[in-house]
Design a protein around this ligand. Structure first.
Ligand code: NAP
Length: 262
C-alpha cells in the first residue's frame, strides 16, 4: 500500500466548489489525494496545482458516480492503485429545483443515486479497512436543509440531505469506540457551481440568504472532521436555521421554505 507516511484521502466532487477547497486543505495538511468527479480537465488542473504547491501525490478517478455500481467501481479502482483510504469525503452532490410533478425523472434519479446511494455505498466499502486498522474518518457533506421538515419546490433534494444527516448520526453512534469517526458537514447557501446547476441563482433562497464562500465552509468541515465532531454547521445564521427547522409547529418551517423556493 502506498505512502503510509502520507495518509490518503478520497474526495468525491473535487472538481469544483466545496470539494475543490477541501482538496486544497487536505493537500496543505500533508495528505496524499485520491480525487473523483466527471470533469477530467478540472481534475487535471487541480492535480497540477496541488503537486506544485505541496509536492502532493494525486491520483485521479474521473467517473460518473450517478451510474449504477459506480461506488463499487471507484472503490475497486482505489484498491487496484494500492491506495489505503484513511479518510473518505463524500462531497459530490447535486440539487434539482421545481415542482416534483414536473421534474425530469432522469434528473431525479441521478440526484438520488449521487446524493444517497454513492455516499452510502462508498462508506460501506471504506469501513472494513478502517475497522481492521482501528482508525478512520468519514466526512459526509449534507446540508442545513437536512434539518428542515421538507422543501416544497425542492422536495427530493431536501429529503436526500435529511437522509445524509440521519445516516451519519446513526453511524456515529454505531462506530463509537472503534476509532472511526463520522462527521456530517451541513452548510447553508454557499457560493459554488451548485446554485447555477440547480437553477436557483435568481431564486429567493440564494438572494435572501447570503451565501458563504466555499473556502470557509470547507475549512469548518476540515477542522470538524479532525476534531471528530459528529456535526458541523458553518456560520451562526445556519446554526439558527437548523434549530428553527426542528422547532414545532413544523408547518411554519414548511410555509417559509415554500416561499423561499417559489
Ligand atoms: N452550494 C450550496 O449552497 C450547498 C449548500 C449545502 C450543501 N451543499 C452540498 O455541497 C456538496 C458540494 O456541492 P458544491 O456546492 O461544492 O457544488 P458544485 O460546485 O456544483 O460541486 C459539485 C461537485 O460534485 C461533482 N459531481 C456532480 N455530479 C457528479 C456525478 N454524477 N459524478 C461524480 N461527481 C459529480 C461535480 O463534479 P463534475 O461536474 O466534474 O462531475 C463537482 O465537483 C453537495 O453535496 C451539495 O449538496 C451545497
Amino acid at each position: 500500500m502506498i505512502s503510509p507516511s502520507r495518509p490518503v484521502v478520497l474526495i468525491t466532487g473535487a472538481s469544483s466548489g466545496i470539494g475543490l477547497e477541501l482538496s486544497r486543505l487536505f493537500a496543505a495538511g500533508g495528505y496524499a489525494l485520491a480525487l473523483a468527479a466527471r470533469r477530467t480537465a478540472e481534475l487535471n488542473q487541480l492535480a497540477e496545482e496541488l503537486k506544485a504547491a505541496h509536492g502532493t501525490r494525486v491520483t485521479l478517478f474521473p467517473l460518473d458516480l450517478a451510474q449504477p455500481g459506480a461506488a463499487r467501481d471507484l472503490w475497486d479502482e482505489t484498491e487496484k492503485a494500492n491506495l489505503q483510504i484513511e479518510v473518505l469525503v463524500n462531497n459530490a452532490g447535486v440539487g434539482v429545483a421545481g415542482a416534483f410533478i414536473d421534474t425530469d425523472p432522469l434528473a431525479l434519479e441521478t440526484m438520488v443515486r449521487l446524493n444517497m446511494e454513492a455516499l452510502t455505498m462508498l462508506t460501506r466499502h471504506a469501513l472494513p479497512g478502517m475497522r481492521r486498522r482501528g482508525r478512520g474518518r468519514i466526512l459526509n457533506v449534507g446540508s442545513v436543509v437536512g434539518y428542515q421538515p421538507g422543501g416544497p419546490g425542492m422536495a427530493v433534494y431536501y429529503a436526500t440531505k435529511s437522509y445524509v444527516l440521519s445516516f451519519s448520526r446513526a453511524l456515529t453512534s454505531e462506530l463509537r469506540g472503534t476509532g472511526i469517526t463520522v462527521t456530517a458537514l451541513c452548510p447553508g447557501t454557499t457560493r459554488t457551481e451548485f446554485a447555477g446547476r440547480a437553477g436557483l441563482e435568481e431564486g429567493r433562497l440564494f438572494r435572501w440568504l447570503r451565501p458563504m464562500d466555499a473556502r470557509t465552509v470547507a475549512r469548518a468541515g476540515y477542522r470538524g472532521l479532525h476534531a471528530g465532531r459528529a456535526i458541523v454547521i458553518p456560520g451562526l445564521f445556519n446554526k439558527l436555521l437548523a434549530i428553527a427547522g426542528e422547532l414545532p409547529p413544523r408547518q411554519i418551517a414548511l410555509a417559509v421554505n415554500r416561499i423561499l423556493l417559489s
